[in-house]
Design a protein around this ligand. Structure first.
Ligand code: SAH
Length: 341
């Protein structure tokens, strides 16, 4: 089949074989991006959602082989924000206009179920602000309690759909456990986000096809797809950075297959090329809002140091950037999009 026929089939059926996806990943991107952009417009409109992300702790119990926060990295200076600092930070982001805050950290057991509960409840007192948690693998009871407290969404990327690669890169956990957590989150009614990296060692185009099919099977409301960027203080420091073109193609195919999910242009993608994923199906962008002295230390992968601007100044810059290619910034919370079947 020609690429065009495959694209039409995926749009029609929301399904594809591994071979068909691989063919699109290998093929020319022009029609693929145009088709994804049309579907993005149809299902998500012209609005881009801005999310504020607070990276509140870089302590981590995990050994993710690609990540600069891995437990055994002794070069990194570790920090934790206090619950009060986090809530104040959310207030600043809210004042600057953000309607969603993503609370992300390494897997840090300092933040017990109760501490996170208190943070969620205090944030809810600030106003109508959606809370996305991204704190890794926890017990079912933790996830259940936080949902009751008012957490709206959860991001937990599956990272790679190849169980062998997954288990090799995550000696502290397993692919099964990751999927279990994702299923719990869906079951508990979280707007759930998964996602994966492009360019992990051992990954093939077939793996990427499986990644996209897994997103479809999980029926995620959000999906973050970004290139792997080697960190100098990890065992993967000599590997290559993932291809940004391949990343954009994966974003576009995800839009064709799943239609409705919120798809961010990941920071890793912006960092590696400055590429604009908004023309390939993306409709979300995140901005760090924690104090600059912490941002420098949340180094999952190396990134250039920006100049120290205020949250409001940085938000204005993103707004101008989005307007510069004819899209509008949403003033809603940007909850999950439901498709009437
Ligand atoms: N502890 C949380 C948050 C992880 S950091 C959790 O486990 O979900 C957020 C994401 O950064 C990860 O899910 C991973 O996809 C990405 N990441 C980590 N190291 C990276 C690297 N070297 N290059 C690109 N992305 C990376």
């Amino acid at each position: 089949m020609e690429d065009k026929a495959i694209i039409e089939k995926i749009i029609r059926s929301s399904n594809a074989s591994i071979e068909e996806i691989v063919q699109l990943l290998e093929g020319d991107e022009k029609l693929l991006f145009e088709s994804a952009d049309k579907l993005r417009s149809k299902y998500c409109g012209e609005e881009v959602h801005l999310r504020a992300i607070i990276e509140f702790s870089n302590h981590c119990r995990c050994d993710c082989q690609y990540c600069g926060l891995q437990r055994l990295n002794e070069k990194i200076k570790r920090y934790r924000m206090s619950p009060n600092e986090i809530v104040q930070n959310v207030k600043e982001a809210h004042d600057a206009g953000y309607k969603t805050v993503v609370l992300q950290s390494g897997e840090d057991s300092y933040y017990t179920r109760e501490i996170i509960s208190d943070i969620i409840r205090d944030i809810k007192k600030i106003g109508d602000i959606a809370i996305t948690l991204s704190v890794g693998e926890r017990d079912y009871e933790d996830y259940a309690q936080w949902k009751k407290d008012g957490a709206d969404r959860f991001l937990l990327k599956h990272e790679t759909a190849d169980p062998n690669i997954y288990d090799m890169l995550h000696p502290h956990s397993s692919f099964e456990r990751r999927l279990q957590c994702l299923r719990w989150l869906k079951e508990l009614g979280y707007q759930t986000g998964s996602g994966f990296m492009i360019g992990l060692p051992g990954q093939s185009l077939e793996t990427i096809a499986m990644d996209i099919l897994l997103l479809s099977e999980l029926d995620v409301e959000m999906a973050g797809i970004g290139p792997f960027i080697p960190h100098p203080d990890t065992g993967l420091n000599h590997e290559n950075t993932g291809s940004s073109l391949l990343t954009l193609k994966a974003v576009a195919i995800t839009r064709l297959m799943l239609k409705r999910p919120h798809l961010p242009t990941t920071t890793a993608l912006e960092v590696s090329t400055g590429t604009n994923a908004f023309c390939a199906g993306a409709n979300v962008i995140m901005r760090k809002v924690e104090p600059h002295r912490y941002r420098r230390l949340y180094e999952i992968y190396p990134k250039p140091e920006g100049s120290e601007k205020t949250i409001l100044e940085e938000r204005r810059e993103v707004v101008d950037y989005i307007k510069s290619f004819g899209r509008v910034v949403s003033d809603s919370r940007g909850d999950a999009i439901e498709i009437k079947k």
